[in-house]
Design a protein around this ligand. Structure first.
Ligand code: BGC
Length: 421
């Protein structure tokens, strides 16, 4: 059995192209522009057409695993009608990965939805749970014989903050109570799928990819900044982890949010996926409606994020306290400076190498395999190991940092992890 998963990650909508979903609808209706954004999808990276070539590149880079997602809108574009053509292509994609000896890690929900979803069964309503589970069960029935690692949701809290808190993603609500209801329903859907997968495929491992950020107080000498930072950490990094062991989704932040709702999660998760990128500072503003100011002190990447590899160590330690296995499901940098990308990878892999000796860390996935469509921004932020030449038929060019990643993988493959998978 493979001892450690070295991979790269993508999400369906960010790379595939040739699909209409809630994001393309918002783009065409001009909703992003109303909020000051102008992402242009233009068929992502054309991966829906060039997937075979992309998987050959994974192999060329010696990666033994690949994290990807399935585009719900492509399968169930009309409610309760499933596209056989799309299912067949995904099936061929999975078969091809396996034929290359690349372990597929399949994410069931990564931010995007069919256009009917938000008006018919939005996430803040309990009907969403069935709508999503019915769809996801079709995927599980179809691919469960070949998928060992399932990620039910990618960053439910991040999605809910963008879609229900800030109103920047479809469906564009700005209501914190509805946001928490949406998170709760996503967690309920996770449980429904956990049970379904375990009942049908006992060997499968089921996790969730959660985003973690290191928060530091903006002004060390101000006690209120410290208190605020602690609460933000509890909300963003710990609330969902705690809900799995306490069977309650709880959060209270004076003037903003008071939420306490029971939910039967019963620790139903086999591994936690860590998506980790950066550190932020938190400062209290004297504005009752919007009292939090979050900012990087030293923005270094094209996303304006502060690189902080030590933060990964802290997050691994935090997640390890759940006792579950850990997979770094996303870690990467948007930059045109490939030397900076090498530096980023090197620093984070050093942390992973050490953490493997102490904790149940089972894999690392660089985000992303390809330069791709970034949700609110479009194509200008280049996270990829592989460059996409958008001017020339989406041609693929491997970046030197990708070969450097391969070199480090070869070096670190010899490290023994704490326990065997
Ligand atoms: C998301 C990705 C996104 C990446 C960089 C993560 O939060 O899962 O879809 O592209 O961050 O912003």
């Amino acid at each position: 059995m493979t001892e450690f998963y070295w991979g790269a990650a993508t999400s369906a909508f960010q790379v595939e192209g040739h699909v209409s979903n809630d994001f393309t609808e918002w783009e065409s209706l001009g909703y992003f522009r109303k909020n000051g954004f102008n992402p242009q999808y233009n068929n992502g990276c054309n991966h829906w057409v060039r997937w075979q070539e992309d998987f050959d590149l994974l192999k060329e880079l010696n990666l033994n695993s690949y994290r990807f997602s399935i585009e719900w809108a492509r399968i169930e574009n009309i409610k309760n009608t499933y596209s056989e053509t799309a299912l067949t292509q995904y099936s061929e994609m999975i078969d091809y990965l396996i034929s290359l000896n690349i372990e597929p890690f399949l994410t069931l929900h990564h931010f995007s939805h069919p256009q009917w979803f938000h008006s018919a069964t939005p996430w803040h309503k309990v009907e969403a749970v069935d709508a999503f589970c019915n769809y996801a069960k079709t995927i599980i029935d179809r691919f469960g014989d070949r998928i060992k690692y399932w990620i039910t949701f990618n960053e439910p809290l991040v999605w809910a903050l963008a879609a229900y808190g800030a109103g920047k993603f479809p469906p564009g609500y700005k209501n914190l109570k509805l946001m928490m209801d949406a998170v709760k329903n996503m967690l309920a859907a996770h449980v429904c799928l956990y049970d379904y997968i375990k009942n049908n495929y006992q060997q499968a491992k089921i996790g969730m990819a959660k985003h973690f950020i290191i928060f530091k107080e903006g002004r060390e000498w101000i006690l209120l900044d410290k208190t605020l930072t602690k609460r933000i950490h509890e909300f963003f990094n710990q609330m969902i982890l705690n809900a799995f062991s306490q069977n309650r989704l709880i959060f209270y932040l004076p003037t903003l949010l008071k939420y306490d709702s029971p939910i039967n999660l019963n620790n139903k998760i086999d591994f936690w996926g860590i998506n980790y990128y950066y550190k932020l500072y938190a400062q209290l503003k004297f504005n009752l409606k919007n009292p939090i100011y979050l900012f990087p002190k030293e923005p270094e990447t094209d996303m304006g994020w502060e690189i902080y590899p030590k933060g990964l160590k802290k997050i691994i330690k935090l997640v390890a306290s759940t006792g579950k296995e850990i997979i770094i499901t996303e870690n990467g940098i948007a930059t045109n400076d490939d030397e900076l990308r090498k530096h980023f990878i090197k620093k984070h892999l050093k942390i992973v190498k050490k953490a493997r000796k102490k904790y149940k860390v089972r894999g690392y996935f660089y985000w992303s395999l390809l330069d791709n469509y970034e949700w609110l921004i479009g194509k200008s932020k280049r996270f990829g190991l592989i460059k996409i030449d958008y001017e020339n038929s989406f041609n693929r060019i491997i970046k030197p940092s990708a070969f450097y990643y391969t070199k480090l993988i070869n070096k670190y493959s010899k490290v023994k992890s704490e326990k065997k998978i």
